[in-house]
Write a protein that binds this ligand. Structure first.
Ligand SMILES: C[S@@+](CC[C@H](N)C(=O)[O-])C[C@H]1O[C@@H](n2cnc3c(N)ncnc32)[C@H](O)[C@@H]1O
Length: 375
């Protein structure tokens, strides 16, 4: 693209754990990421930590965190919901020893110890390695024979040391430049309005897909363990601020039909009596209303001659295909963008719950596409 060879400014309104931000910084560009999930916003910031670490300092820090003092400290999550074992519970996410080992290291981490955020991210990742369940698509699934695995704080410390070592090696081998990346935690639909007009060269993003997955649930253990939420109400508040791509919250009703391509689709969806949730037509309409906001504000935030690269998948409900890539491309052109191309990256398998009553011939193939736009 025009401008290559100089330092570009990238904007990712759905930054997740920061893949695009790290890639931009590694290539010598600067980047701003927006992310609604507080754990993911923290993870993105931690991955973009700029600074180095001497071997001696690293060894001293790990010894202090894993060796000195108490190895297990009572966890605030003990007895809460399914987080740890308690009387009457048939399954729990963390064995008490793991939860206590986490609290012990966490209480010794402080902002003055080496790279605090990357270490805390390593600790959260280590805890998930010793969790009795693991993410599987849109939910957490208990590991086979999880009871006999018997994870303990010793496993947690071993996993933490391994992960901290990888971070140390990454930081030493490829330090990121200082101030290259900014991560803003919040709802992109609101925070993108605060981005200065024409201040970015490239919008690179992968928005939530219109597949009714609520990823807030998948990150529940990290959110509670890391103290990013205190209770289920906090979790619901996060969910309420996500793009309307699922039905796990009581959204405000959409008022816009962002593209005429949507009209016949909404008619068909509204006419279907086999949708697994009656709110699906409204969710579809709301999703494109949200995308319209982002595309309009993203256009404003991009300089003339800049581009947008958007990766998204298509979707289907009751066999009715939603060509999300083409509709987003259509909405984008209505916000001023010029469409360069819609490129199919790969075909996708449809997920079980949405398809179980359809015959094989009635299952439209889904795809993941890259949309390229020009301003
Ligand atoms: C497909 S994922 C992006 C993955 C990302 N490219 C990565 O490398 O991790 C979509 C992201 O959008 C975030 N998201 C959903 N609603 C949002 C909102 N209203 N504002 C900002 N981020 C949001 C989700 O939390 C999720 O991390």
């Amino acid at each position: 693209m025009r401008g290559c060879g100089r330092r570009l400014r990238l904007l990712d309104p759905f930054a997740g754990s920061g893949t695009s931000l790290v890639a931009a910084a590694r290539l010598g560009h600067s980047a701003t990421g927006l992310e609604v999930n507080p754990f993911l916003a923290f993870a993105a910031g931690a991955k973009c930590y700029a600074g180095t670490w001497a071997e001696k300092g690293f060894n001293r820090t790990i010894d202090r965190l894993c060796g000195n003092g108490r190895l297990e400290v009572r966890s605030p999550l003990e007895g809460v919901s399914t987080f740890t074992e308690r009387e009457g519970a048939s399954r729990w996410l963390f064995n008490r020893s793991v939860a206590r080992g986490f609290s012990a290291i966490d209480s010794k981490l402080d902002r003055r110890t080496g790279p605090y955020a990357p270490l805390r991210l390593a600790l959260l990742a280590a805890a998930m390695e010793c969790c009795n369940a693991r993410p599987d698509g849109k939910c957490l699934r208990y590991r086979q024979n999880w009871e006999s695995l018997g994870y303990s704080s010793e496993d947690l410390r071993a996993s933490f040391q391994k992960r901290a070592r990888i971070i140390f090696e990454d930081l030493t081998a490829q330090p990121l430049p200082r101030n290259a990346v900014k991560v803003r935690h919040g709802d992109a639909r609101a925070s993108i309005r605060r981005i200065r007009s024409e201040s970015h060269d490239l919008l690179v993003t992968s928005p939530p897909y219109l597949n009714s997955f609520d990823y807030t649930d998948v990150y529940r253990p990290e959110m509670f363990l890391g103290g990013f939420v205190q209770d289920n109400q906090d979790l619901y508040e996060v969910r309420l601020r996500t793009v309307r791509s699922h039905v796990q919250a009581n959204w405000r009703k959409p008022i816009n039909v962002a593209s005429p391509m949507l009209v016949p689709l909404l008619e068909r969806l509204n006419g279907s009596d086999r949708l697994w949730d009656h709110r699906i037509p409204s969710m579809v309409q709301a999703y494109f209303e949200d995308m319209q906001d982002i595309l309009r504000e993203g256009y404003r935030a991009t300089r003339k001659g800049g581009q947008a690269w958007i990766v998204v998948s298509t979707s289907a409900y009751d066999g009715i295909e939603i060509p999300v890539d083409l509709i987003i491309a259509d909405i984008a052109t209505r916000q001023g963008w010029l469409l360069v191309s819609v490129n199919v990256l790969r075909g996708l398998r449809a997920s079980g719950q949405h398809w179980k009553h359809l015959s094989p011939g009635a299952k439209p193939p889904l795809r993941e596409s890259l949309i390229i736009l020009h301003k």
